[in-house]
Write a protein that binds this ligand. Structure first.
Ligand code: CA2
Length: 151
């Protein structure tokens, strides 16, 4: 079985491409999934791509990723970024690397978006590149775990 990474998406990201295009662009979550699969393929990595509006589901998936020996996690915690000690604790409890991604530049937005619990435990943080940030996170994660590009 191919080495696997998890790409986890938090609440309301299922609405991507349908509202607030000035902030989040016109692409949909299905487009993000395709982008991630293509980025993973360059390193022969299988991608488990998930989205939930429920905090506990995201906690369960972080635990699942570690239990099933995924190489790492890319996560856009969305609205839970600034509130979820439970997601922070889940990340602290796993040994695999976690990369935090935000589509928008959260530091150029409202102050309440600028404190991330997840950043305390993330190995790296990417924001402001639009959905391309997911592909950048996968490239960075691949380098972190020693996955090499396949020709
Ligand atoms: O920039 C990001 O990726 C965010 O994680 C997106 C979150 C926001 O709470 C964070 O501060 C930054 C919001 C996700 C909701 O996405 C929507 C997309 C389209 C329409 C409505 C919501």
């Amino acid at each position: 079985m191919a080495d696997t990474i998890y790409v986890l998406n938090g609440p309301n990201l299922n609405l991507l491409g349908t509202r607030q295009p000035e902030t989040y662009g016109h692409t949909t979550l299905a487009d993000v999934e395709q982008l991630c699969r293509e980025a993973g393929k360059r390193f022969a990595l299988a991608v488990e791509f998930r989205q939930s509006n429920h905090e506990g589901a995201i906690v369960d998936w972080i635990q699942e990723a570690a239990r099933d020996k995924a190489l790492g996690i890319v996560i856009n915690p969305a609205g839970y970024t600034t509130t979820s000690v439970a997601i922070l604790d889940a990340i602290l409890a796993v040994k695999i690397p976690v990369i935090e991604v935000h589509i928008s530049n959260i530091h150029a937005r409202e102050s309440f978006r600028q404190h991330s619990y997840v950043s305390r435990a993330a190995r790296a943080v990417i924001c402001g590149f639009g959905i391309e940030g997911y592909a950048l996170a996968i490239v960075g994660l691949a380098a972190m775990v020693g996955a090499t590009a396949k020709s």
